[in-house]
Design a protein around this ligand. Structure first.
Ligand SMILES: Cc1ncc(COP(=O)(O)O)c(C=O)c1O
Length: 463
């Protein structure tokens, strides 16, 4: 064994203590750190010939990057839709690396049991019937990708074909219908050979809504004359957290032949609260569902789930048969259910966090995030400096600057706000107007954070 590896093996406990110390220092300063920082654009030093050992590497890392590490997992990173990491999730993630289990095979570890237990708890949290089975993937984009891959297989099945076996050339071009599909669904369509342009946009409901007009969907389905297609419904749009009427869309299944995919990347967490749960009515009729874990579940990147009621088709797409891997048998190994073969035990942080905080803990996070979003919305509504672009429906505040607003003005304001260091938000365009999104999905966020952020917003808007 190389001497440096030998030393580190002998010093493993000491190294873990050092790592714990630096983690503690970071966590103790999370309230003071800016939520976001830009690229440092440092010169790349290249790989050393003799290494320097783990302890010196930790010291070097902290010197080089430690102070610049932002608090994007802190209470005031309100850009994109960004969750933090609960204490229990940190334990689960640390242990994931310690055990370093590969999920692919049930024959050599308990990892699949842990993933199944976590998925079972998640199914309960989201109120999904037992007909759904889930798998962990790396994010909602991969979840949308996996779901649409299974949907594509279903389309083939309608005419006795298997796209997984015969390729896309075996079937006519696949039609996908959606209203405000997340950009990641277009990316998934590009990766699956369906093509971004195959998505037909269904009109929204009038009056400041981002939800699908189901009457228009019906018309579009009628024009297909019985040809099977895919409908992507949204449960939580990124700009204004609007929900499609999944119940009404699912009801059309009795008349038209379509696969219903619901992108509930963060809106799926509406199920955690009696106040919001009705927004997901009908989701049990979906064929597949995307829900992210690194957003509102507050586990570390990268983690999400894909749920489907068509595991047979999922196996058709993702099966990975080889003599050295053995035949496919029950319980089906995850290697036959996801795009990856080998993958980490990303279910463990979820398992820890779900056990540690339970249904009530997640209800608290969801409701508290929505209440703080509402507080910010109320301030904006009552102010002369800003104006709301849409009602605050759940955890995202979509607003803009008062007066004549341009993308440039929004950009300057947001850059000043980031550099101020108290809060971070990201830009958007809503119904043609340049706007700003403040998205709340971190377990740490409290009322005081709205106070701090509001002061920063006023200071920066006056610049
Ligand atoms: C509705 C929706 N779907 C999909 C995604 C993509 O998620 P990820 O970045 O985890 O791939 C997002 C991200 O914000 C989202 O809000």
């Amino acid at each position: 064994m190389h001497q440096l590896l030998k030393n580190d093996l002998a010093n493993f406990n000491h190294l873990l203590e050092k790592t714990k110390e630096s983690s503690k220092q970071y966590l103790d300063s999370i309230e003071q750190r800016p939520p976001a920082t830009g690229y440092l654009k440092k010169e790349n030093p290249g790989i050393p010939l003799p290494g320097i050992g783990a302890e010196k590497t930790l010291e070097l890392f902290l010197k080089r990057y430690g102070d610049a590490m932002p608090a994007s997992n802190g209470p005031r990173f309100w850009g994109l839709v960004t969750g933090g990491t609960t204490p229990a999730a940190v334990i689960g993630d640390w242990l994931t690396s310690i055990y370093d289990l590969n999920l692919s095979h049930a024959a050599n570890s308990v990892a699949p049991d842990i993933e199944m237990e976590a998925l079972n708890m998640l199914g309960e949290l989201f109120g999904l019937p037992a007909s759904f089975s889930g798998t962990f993937v790396s994010g909602a984009t991969m979840s949308n990708f996996s779901a649409l891959a299974i949907a594509r297989e279903w389309i083939g099945q309608q005419s006795g074909k298997s796209v997984a076996q015969e390729g896309l050339q075996a079937i006519p071009p696949v039609k996908v219908l959606s209203c405000e599909a997340h950009s990641s669904s277009f990316k998934a369509m590009a990766m699956l050979g369906l093509g971004r342009n195959s998505l037909k946009v269904i009109a929204r409901l009038p009056e400041n809504r981002e939800a699908m007009n189901v009457v228009e969907l019906r018309k579009a389905l009628e024009t297909l004359n019985g040809e099977p297609c895919i409908v992507i419904a949204n449960a939580g749009t990124v700009n204004t957290v609007d929900f499609d009427d999944v119940q009404a869309i699912a009801a059309l299944k009795s008349e038209f032949n379509f696969w219903l995919h619901v992108d509930a990347a963060f809106g799926g967490f509406a199920a955690c609260s009696p106040k919001f749960k009705h927004l997901l009515n009908g989701i049990e009729h979906a064929d597949s569902i995307t829900i992210d874990a690194h957003k509102w579940l507050n586990v570390p990147y990268d983690s999400a789930m894909v749920f489907t009621r068509h595991r047979d088709l999922q196996i058709s797409v993702f099966q990975n048969s080889a003599a050295y891997l053995g035949p496919i048998s029950e319980p089906v190994d995850f290697i036959h259910l996801t795009p990856e073969n080998s993958r980490r035990l990303r279910a463990l942080p979820a398992w820890f966090s779900l056990m540690a905080y339970g249904k009530e803990g997640y209800q608290d996070i969801v409701e508290r995030n929505c209440e703080t979003a509402k507080l910010l919305g109320d301030r904006i509504e009552a102010s002369k400096e800003f104006r709301l672009l849409a009602p605050v429906r759940m955890n995202v505040v979509c607003f803009t600057l008062s007066g004549e607003v341009t993308a440039e003005k929004v950009k300057t304001f947001l850059a000043d706000l980031r550099d101020d260091g108290r809060v971070f938000m990201t830009p958007t365009t809503y119904l043609g107007t340049p706007g700003i999104r403040a998205a709340f999905s971190n377990w740490r966020t409290q009322e005081i954070d709205v106070e701090i952020a509001w002061q920063a917003m006023l200071d920066c808007v006056k610049k």
